[in-house]
Each structure stands twice: as structure tokens, then as C-alpha cells.
Design a protein around this ligand. Structure first.
Ligand code: ADP
Ligand code: MG
Length: 249
């Protein structure tokens, strides 16, 4: 199995606080890899280091064989890394279809090109793509609904459709089911399973163990900025170090 993402010896301090302490982590192509750990363990900081929002003090982040340190966030996105934050990043005042148009009207160079819409030959193609990606997440029927009125689960589906239209190699998810009711959580798990079954690699930060164990093939446990253990879900479930990190952390 080939390694898609390899984090080696990553350190990051904020003043006197060592948020990441020699982090090593490999995500294999075609797998779902969960990163779990108590609050303040450094999970979001690690994610920010992967997407270029934050530059580590030392260490390397290799994606698809290329060093991502110092690469700007929009360029990292063009390399094939898409991310989903805790709060869905969509425009509430726009309809589902209008939100979906945003990534479809964005150029590969990262610039937003609404003028593309003025070209009648491009319009049909863009609408066809919008229908494809929205139908894929079961939202085409609601395309004219204002996004602000959607349930948390539907907002997440819309955001995932927007991500998928960029044809990512790696999807990073920071607590994708945070604040969701159980039904929405289960819907989101189903959708993420479908996406994973197409071979898209995922790294998922998640508190909800039901979500973690439903989706992931490998789990890394982060505590106080360090990966304290890594393994298959059955191994992690019974590891005494994990229990201790959660109870004593
Ligand atoms: P997690 O996502 O696992 O809950 P974070 O990565 O958000 O943890 O935070 C790890 C530690 O780093 C925490 O103690 C947090 O307060 C600290 N931290 C995170 N970002 C910053 C920042 N920009 N400046 C100072 N401290 C930060
Ligand atoms: Mg966090």
C-alpha cells in the first residue's frame, strides 16, 4: 500500500506551549485514517499544518511525494487536498445551487472567474456538473433552497459536494459531525462511506467514537501534541494508553 501523506518529526510551539511534539503519521492511499485525542491534544493544529495554514517549527509534510512545507494553502488545495472544517463553510444567503457554482466557477489557479458564466458554451457544462455533484449527495431536489435553512447534515452534504467537485486525492475532515443530531450523523457516516468506497483517501479528526469506528481502518491517538499510539480500531479500543490519555488527560 502506498503512502499518500507522510508527516515526519513535526514540532510546533505557541510561546511556551508545545502544541505538536515530534509528530509522525502516515496515511495510506485509499484508507480512512482517524486522528483522535482529548481536547487540546493538537489535532486541529496538526490539520492546519497539513493544509498550510500554519508552518511547523521543524519537520516535514510530504503529500504524494512532494514537500508541502511553505506551500500556500490555495496551492496545497490544487495539489489535491480538500478540507472540511467543524462549521460548514457555505454561504447561508445563497441557494444550494449558487453555493455549488462557486467551486465550479473557480479556476485551477485558484482565482474566482464569474465571467466564465457569461460564455453560453460554458454555462451548460457548469450546470451539468452542478447537477451531477448535487444529485450525488441527494441535494439536487433542493437546489433552490436557501442554504441557511438547511439542517446541519444537509449543509455538510453540500460542503462535501463542493469539495468533491475539486476531485480531491485527500479529504481532511475536522469533526464533520460536530453539533449534529443522531440522524444527521448517521446520514453523514453513510455519505462518507460512499465517498471512501470510491477510493478517496480521508484523514478524519473526530470525537464521536461511533463515527470513528464506523469509518476508519487506522487510528492515530494524539495526546499533548504527541502520537501515543497508532493501529487498527480493534487495537486502539483495548489499548490502556488510550484510556489513560482520555481519563488522565
Ligand atoms: P485540539 O484540536 O486537539 O483540541 P488544538 O490543536 O486546537 O487542539 O490545540 C492544541 C494546543 O495548542 C491547545 O493547548 C491550544 O490552546 C493551543 N493553541 C492552538 N492554536 C493556538 C494559537 N494559534 N496560539 C496559541 N495557542 C494555540
Ligand atoms: Mg480541534
Amino acid at each position: 500500500m502506498s503512502t499518500l501523506l507522510e508527516i515526519s518529526g513535526v514540532n510546533k510551539s505557541f510561546g511556551g506551549l508545545q502544541a505538536l511534539d515530534d509528530v509522525n503519521l502516515k496515511v495510506n492511499e485509499g484508507t480512512v485514517h482517524a486522528i483522535i485525542g482529548p481536547n487540546g491534544a493538537g489535532k486541529s493544529t496538526l490539520l492546519n499544518a497539513i493544509i498550510g495554514k500554519l508552518v511547523p517549527d521543524t519537520g516535514s509534510v510530504m503529500f504524494n511525494g512532494q514537500d508541502m512545507i511553505g506551500v500556500q494553502p490555495h496551492q496545497i488545495n490544487q495539489h489535491g487536498i480538500s478540507r472540511v472544517f467543524q462549521t460548514p463553510e457555505i454561504f447561508g444567503e445563497l441557494t444550494i445551487l449558487e453555493n455549488m457554482m462557486i467551486p465550479l466557477l473557480a479556476h485551477r489557479d485558484g482565482a474566482f472567474k464569474p465571467t466564465l458564466w457569461a460564455r453560453s458554451d460554458a454555462q451548460a457544462d457548469i450546470l451539468e456538473k452542478a447537477e451531477h455533484y448535487l444529485a450525488d449527495v441527494n441535494l439536487w431536489g433542493k437546489k433552490d433552497v436557501h442554504s441557511a435553512s438547511l439542517s446541519r447534515g444537509d449543509k455538510r452534504r453540500l460542503e462535501l459536494a463542493m469539495c468533491l467537485s475539486q476531485d480531491p486525492k485527500l479529504l481532511l475532515l475536522d469533526e464533520p459531525t460536530a453539533g449534529m443530531a443522531r440522524a444527521d450523523t448517521n446520514n453523514t457516516i453513510d455519505l462518507l462511506q460512499t465517498i471512501a468506497s470510491r477510493g478517496i483517501t480521508m484523514a478524519i479528526i473526530e470525537h464521536d467514537m461511533h463515527v470513528v469506528f464506523s469509518l476508519s481502518q487506522r487510528i492515530s491517538v494524539l495526546a499533548q501534541g504527541h502520537v501515543i499510539c497508532e493501529g487498527m480500531p480493534e487495537e486502539i479500543k483495548t489499548d490502556p494508553r488510550v484510556r489513560e490519555a482520555y481519563l488522565g488527560g
